[in-house]
Every structure is written in C-alpha cells, then in structure tokens.
Design a protein around this ligand. Sequence first.
Ligand code: NI
Ligand code: MN
Length: 229
Amino acid sequence: MTTTLTWLGHAAFRVDTPGGKRIYVDPFLNGNPKCPESEVEPERVDAILITHGHGDHVGDTVALAGKFGATVVAPVELADWLQGKQGLENVLDPNKGGTVDVDGVRVTLTHAQHSSSNNDGDYTGEPCGLVVDPGDGPKLYFAGDTNVFGDMALVARLYSPDVAVLPIGGHYTMDPREAAVALELLGVSRCVPCHYGTFPVLTGTPAELRELAPGVEILEPQPGESIEL
Ligand code: NI
Ligand code: MN
C-alpha cells in the first residue's frame, strides 16, 4: 500500500493514505487559478489539515468540512475561529509540538516563520508546518508558508520526514535558494515544490531548485497529477 499525493495547485494537496483516508491539506480550490476544474468540487473528504489562516490556505475548508463532516486540524486560534465563528464542530486544535491522531494518521504541528490572519483580519494564531505520518510508508512534511530557518534541523531530528513539500515561489515564502538550504537541514531524499506559479510574483521554479539541490529528487507533478510515494 502506498500513499498518493495529488497536487491541486498552489499549496493545496490531496493525500490518499495506505489506510484509505482522503485528506486535504490547505484546500484552496475555488478561486485557485491552478486548481484543475475537475478538482474544485471534491467527491469525498475525510480530513482537512490547515497550516495557517491566510485565505489561500484556509480556502474551502468551511464548506467542505460542513458538507462532508470532515475532521479539521488547525492551529488553536484558527481552530477556535472555525468553531466559534464558522460553526464547525469536528475540529482538532493542537499547537506547535502537539500531535493529534486522525483515524490512525498522526499529524504534528511544527514551527513556521510567516504571519497569519484571516480575510477579515482576525488573528488566527501562529502559522505552522505539518508532519503527516500515515502510519505506514513515508512521512510527509508540509512546511506551510515559511522562509528557511535553522530549526528545520529539529523537524528532521524529531520526525524524520521522507518527503518535504516546500514553497518555492518566493515573495511571500522561501524561494529556491532558501529551499535548497531547507532540504539540507531536513535531510530528505525527495521534495515536492509548491506555492509557485499561481500568481505572477511567485516566480521560483522546480528547475532552479533542482540545480541548487543536486542530491535531492525534485518531483514536479502538474496540478491535478498524482504521485505514488
Ligand atoms: Ni500565507
Ligand atoms: Mn500562501
């Protein structure tokens, strides 16, 4: 059994676990210029993981969680907002360093260096990264929106992810130059770049990262394409 990772454009992903769970990460589908038409209306959602409160990450969370009764995992203040102001019921609210179990999938919130508020300007806690351990096979690290920071070495030491999903577009997050250093700190053998190409300012490319990180396999799915991990 394998884990399947499908890129939905920008920082949105679908993870299908070996245990059969379908998890969306930062499900910015409606309004995401790179999300394929066929992926805008999911047919099934078991869980949703959100790194921070920005609109291009919270995306369709409220509608999808309501429609499918999916479990949502979000940093505590964002979780409070989803429950208190948006009326969602099935929300888990860890903070950095915390791990929650979602139907056998372990999700740990890590540090990220960025900002976080929602579209109304409400404070939604600190931005986070996510380590996702499906319980079988490779572990994934979604860095979320962040620059590179030295404590990515702690993510490697503590959680030993196998695959890193890193933003590379620059401007709002790290670019390929920073991502190459992140890969050194993380010690992973495979990387899936994201948060590039969506908007004109997000100029970093997988080709640039490949040149700067020769020891790492830089996977380059197209939006809508799935990778077996
Ligand atoms: Ni952001
Ligand atoms: Mn973003």
